[in-house]
Design a protein. Structure first.
Length: 466
């Protein structure tokens, strides 16, 4: 906390003299800690979703930042691979990005295993992934000794790339991390990167091929990707149709039925729920047994007659009046939450990676009437911290969404499909807010008033469980 020029001068001077390795490491760690200081509070600079990665809420450069950067560059050039790995970890922990550092880390990672994890972790924070970094990422699924943290970091980087090789590596990393005991948070992270992969539908042919893999875990997670495309509200109609066609073909074979059902169970995907219900009486006893287990696990209800009108055919006021007075079905409501793709931007459990507004306790704040209005008319009341931002970048790209993270030099914005984009602030041409919610109106138009009532029942039940 001693952000004084004399302190930095003293550390740099001591580092210039012969010192033991452990002291050198401590000196460099202290300089990394002093690279930024806490920015001055201006009343709204933290927003409603402050960055809690540390060591500062609002890291900003100060008078000695350039001197520390020069010292770190010199130390990087003089470090052994082991020393560089420790220094890279300290720089990452303090969110220091030096372009030449990443390039050197990536290069050394091909020569020394100790550098692989720091290099991948540095790429997570870097706005650009170097070409050699892509080559390194593609080797991660094939490595014999990997940690859950390394795999999670690799999925974060791979999910930013659009290529068949990156899509295949992303599936392979997710399947490997799920073989590791515990590591629940990293597993949730990795799964989320795959399910919200911005280029998911563009790689439908890759996932279709991987679904035939000899590795059962890889094949199952490829099925998860196909199910997500088939069930999604985004993606080109052509690619969605291709995913659905592949699933339909796979469903003709008992072993593939089992694999698809296992994939659906992993991420609570509802695309196949009607098929799963029918499969409970399948001639193949193995298929029937798994289908029965999933009917119970996923709380799949028997198809019931629902003669209530479609929401899109009624005036909003009539829908609200009907739904708040109607008793729905709790299990159906949970299915609708997934089927309507609410999970792309919302979570209802605290152990899940948080996305948009948390809905697990929403019924403690909003009454049934207010919940119905918020769902059907999302722009009427926008939750604090989730105002829609419209960003125009200097290359003409327009992004709409709410800000999930903002630091001194970059922001992360999530769009209405749940996809995230990181934008450097110096590339922003224009930024403004909108009174229109990122949640689109009419998302439940094809659902019935009974299904809306069931969704309201589900959200109300979640609040009582917390």
């Amino acid at each position: 906390m001693m952000h004084e020029p004399a302190v930095v001068e003293g550390l740099v001077a001591r580092l210039a003299t012969p010192v033991k390795p452990e002291l050198r490491s401590g000196l460099l760690s202290s300089l990394c800690r002093l690279y930024f200081h806490e920015g001055e509070w201006n009343g709204d600079s933290w927003g409603t979703r402050p960055d809690t990665r540390g060591p500062y809420y609002q890291p900003e450069a100060w008078s000695e930042t350039d001197k520390i950067a020069e010292t770190l560059r010199l130390a990087i050039a003089e470090s052994t691979p082991e020393q560089l790995a420790a220094l890279a970890e300290s720089m990452q922990r303090n969110r220091i990005q030096l372009n030449d550092t990443l390039e050197k880390l990536v290069q050394l990672a091909f020569e020394n295993e100790q550098i692989v994890a720091p290099a991948i972790a540095s790429m997570v924070q870097s706005p650009e992934i170097p070409s050699r970094g892509i080559d390194l990422l593609l080797t991660i699924p094939k490595r014999t000794d990997v940690t859950a943290k390394l795999l999670a970091d690799a999925t974060a980087c791979l999910s930013r790339l659009n290529s068949p090789a990156a899509a295949a590596a992303l599936v392979a990393c997710v399947s490997r991390i799920h073989r590791i005991q515990d590591a629940h948070y990293e597993k949730s992270q990795a799964s989320g990167y795959l399910l919200n992969y911005a280029h998911l539908d563009a790689n439908v042919s890759v996932f279709t091929e991987l679904a035939h893999s000899d590795d059962a875990d890889t094949a199952t997670w490829a099925d998860v990707a196909l199910l997500t495309i088939a069930n999604g509200k985004s993606g080109s109609p052509e690619n969605v149709a291709l995913a659905r066609k592949a699933i339909e073909q796979f469903w003709q074979f008992p072993d593939r039925k089992i694999q698809l059902m296992q994939g659906a169970a992993l991420v609570n995907n509802r695309y196949l729920e009607a098929n799963i219900w029918l499969a409970t009486t399948d001639n193949d006893s193995s298929v029937a047994a798994i289908a029965k287990a999933l009917v119970e696990q996923l709380k799949i209800s028997a198809p019931a007659a629902d003669d209530s009108p479609k929401i899109g055919s009624l005036a909003v006021a009539d829908v609200i009046r009907s739904a708040i007075a109607m008793k729905g079905n709790l299990e159906l409501g949970e299915q609708i939450f997934t089927r309507a793709n609410c999970i792309a931007c919302h979570t209802v459990r605290q152990d899940e990676v948080q996305k948009g507004p948390f809905l697990g306790n929403v019924a403690k704040t909003y009454k049934r009437l207010d919940l119905a209005i918020a769902i059907l008319e999302p722009s009427k009341t926008i939750a604090q911290g989730f105002v829609t931002n419209v960003i125009l970048t200097d290359d003409g790209t327009v992004l709409n969404g709410f800000i999930t993270n903002e630091i001194s030099d970059r922001i992360t914005i999530r769009d209405q499909q749940g996809k995230e984009y990181t934008v450097m602030k110096d590339s922003i041409e224009e930024r403004k807010t909108s009174t229109t919610s990122i949640m689109p109106a009419g998302v439940l138009n094809d659902y019935s008033t009974y299904q809306l009532a069931s969704l309201l029942d589900f959200l109300e039940s979640m609040a009582s469980q917390l």
